[in-house]
Design a protein around this ligand. Structure first.
Ligand code: FES
Length: 142
């Protein structure tokens, strides 16, 4: 019984490896910038149609994203997408980062399995919402 379970787990890991690019696998299993952030000046929390939530925190200085972190209760596609979107946004201006779309995340990850593509959409939308939150705060403080 135990042997069967081990075989099943091995198959699953092999299946995962077969369906993911090296980059996507790396970001899914070793995510960058995971965790909440103290002192963020942009934040958004969005729930996708799958029922999972992505939260993104941004630290923005003079219109440039100096730090981006995330948490998610979603799948490993969401973890890989968030890890990549945080990397893509870091060091870019808010204007450039607002243009990061699902396809940019997928391209940077070397693709995701089809069932995981909506997770990249949720990551891109959450980043945009966090930037909008920052912009709203700027307007309020003027
Ligand atoms: Fe819900 Fe990936 S985030 S299925």
């Amino acid at each position: 019984m135990e042997h069967e379970k081990e075989e099943h787990e091995e198959t699953t890991i092999e299946e995962i490896k077969a369906n993911y690019s090296r980059v996507a696998l790396d970001h899914a299993t070793n995510p960058r910038n995971m965790g909440d952030m103290q002192g963020a000046n942009g934040f958004a929390s969005l729930k996708g149609q799958c029922g999972d939530t992505i939260k993104i925190w941004l630290k923005i200085d003079n219109g440039v994203i100096t730090d981006a972190t995330f948490t998610t209760d979603g799948c490993h596609n969401a973890i890989a997408s968030c890890s990549m979107v945080a990397e893509l946004a870091s060091g870019k201006s808010v204007i450039e980062s607002k243009n990061i779309e699902q396809q940019d995340i997928l391209d940077a990850l070397g693709g995701l399995p089809e069932e995981g593509e909506h997770c990249a959409t949720l990551a891109a939308k959450t980043l945009k919402a966090a930037i909008e939150d920052y912009l709203r705060r700027q307007i309020k403080s003027q």
